[in-house]
Design a binder for this molecule. Structure first.
Ligand SMILES: Cc1cc2nc3c(=O)[nH]c(=O)nc-3n(C[C@H](O)[C@H](O)[C@H](O)COP(=O)(O)OP(=O)(O)OC[C@H]3O[C@@H](n4cnc5c(N)ncnc54)[C@H](O)[C@@H]3O)c2cc1C
Length: 406
């Protein structure tokens, strides 16, 4: 008899399963996919979308469309609890969905409540995840810049997402200010930046005066988890663009328009991004499921809950018991074929496959202005070539998954 497979979240780790959804239906099973949005946005291109390199349409996958075309049911909503004994998930709306087999790819969130209250009267505070927030941020940023009400932008966080946001906010401001200036030489130079790297020396002093001050509040040390040569490349790029990096301690709280640092100093800011790092979705902790030290769903080598064999998971929301993984999209993507195989194998009573995290992954940061920093093992690269590598990889990834929509 057919079973009911429920996928919670249409993230990076579910792409192959979504592409092959029809195979479950052909075998007589039902498939339901639950997600808060009809689209899934690729976070690797999120900062580039903020900077204007990509449009929102270029970085998203039409989850609802694909699910329905493949014969599944898409439920727009957010799962808030799993009852593993009754095999039921509850949604924020109060609706419930029962399952025989469940796979979770609910990602991660920025724990912003540690420094700001949800009732903050200043609306110009944006977390870097979910990526949809960066679309709202871009609109608000342009609106404020166009009204000449944007003098200082702050990014709270000292890791790569903070660097990517700072670099792409700089690109957004440079492009906006140039396009709205009366200086035709500047316009020509920036128009060329589609093909060339934008260097600070390209920007006319009159434009530089219009660009808001960008500040990074990096805790004790910016990019501290990276080798010194990579850290230096990122710091130099930021400093060349006039970005201030504060390393005087962690931000304690946001107090209206002020950022309050542990040292007691207060810094005025007109626009704030929160890039404090990410935590796995808290649905598993709330549901009393076995979790790892980071509160992610505790899974074995088959990406299967250590206590409930009918629950699987992938991406940022899991804690891989055998060898804890970094929260990067690369692992979510590598988990795709194993998750698909194991969901199918579970329904067919076939042996499960083990997930092997694979070799050290390639890291490329998009620092805006057509400039990247790349790291793979001992090898590093900076500048336009590094940006081109990331751009090619990311566009290929999106093309592959958007082709499922056709
Ligand atoms: C600014 C930024 C840049 C990054 N750049 C890179 C990069 O270049 N390369 C890289 O490898 N990694 C990058 N990362 C890390 C990357 O974002 C994550 O590792 C990746 O998104 C994990 O994929 P995921 O599918 O697990 O989660 P997500 O991409 O967060 O997807 C989770 C999905 O689940 C849905 N969802 C969430 N909660 C629920 C719920 N309760 N119920 C139902 N559905 C839910 C969401 O809507 C979303 O569609 C970046 C992160 C940030 C913040």
């Amino acid at each position: 008899m057919g079973k009911h497979l429920v996928l919670v979240g249409g993230g990076h780790a579910h792409m192959v399963t979504l592409a092959n959804l029809h195979q479950f239906i052909e075998k007589g099973h039902r498939v339901t996919v639950v997600g808060p949005s009809e689209y899934h946005y690729y976070s690797g291109m999120g900062p580039g979308m903020l900077g204007g390199t990509y449009t929102p349409e270029e970085i998203r996958f039409a989850t609802r469309l694909v699910v329905e075309r493949k014969g599944g049911v898409f439920v727009k909503g957010r799962a808030v609890r799993i009852d593993p004994d009754k095999r039921v998930i509850s949604l924020e709306s109060g609706a419930t969905i029962s399952y025989d087999l469940l796979s979770c790819n609910t990602g991660s969130y920025v724990p912003s409540s540690t420094i700001c209250s949800p009732y903050m009267p200043n609306k110009d505070i944006f977390t870097v995840k979910p990526i949809e927030k960066l679309m709202d941020a871009k609109k608000a940023f342009i609106a404020k810049l166009s009204q000449n009400r944007l003098k200082t932008v702050s990014i709270i966080g000292g890791g790569p997402s903070s660097a990517e946001i700072a670099g792409n906010v700089w690109q957004l401001a440079v492009n906006y200010c140039t396009m709205n200036s009366t200086d035709s030489d500047s316009k020509n130079i920036i128009a060329d930046s589609k093909n060339f790297e934008i260097q600070n020396s390209h920007i006319m002093p009159c434009i530089k005066n219009m660009i808001p001050q960008i500040n990074i509040f990096a805790g004790k040390k910016f990019m501290s988890n990276f080798p010194e040569n990579i850290r230096r490349m990122v710091v130099t790029t930021m400093k060349n663009r006039g970005v201030h990096i504060f390393e005087e301690g962690y931000v304690k709280r946001i107090d209206n328009d002020y950022i309050v640092v542990g040292s007691g100093s207060r810094y005025q800011s007109d626009f704030i991004f929160i890039a404090l790092g990410i935590k796995p979705s808290d649905i598993f902790k709330e549901s009393g499921l076995p979790i790892g030290p980071d509160q992610g769903l505790l899974v074995n080598k088959f990406l299967q809950s250590t206590r409930y064999p009918e629950i699987f998971g992938g991406g940022d929301c899991i804690y891989f018991k055998d060898s804890p993984l970094d929260k990067v999209g690369v692992y979510a993507v590598r988990q795709n074929p194993v998750l698909f195989h194991n969901l199918m194998a579970c329904l067919d009573n076939q042996p499960l496959q083990q997930f092997n995290p694979g070799e050290e992954y390639l890291l490329v940061f998009n620092l805006g202005g057509g400039y990247g920093v790349l790291k793979k093992k001992w090898f590093s690269l900076k500048g336009r070539p590094a940006f081109i590598v990331k751009d090619l990889i990311d566009r290929k990834f999106m093309k592959e998954f958007q082709s499922i929509e056709e």
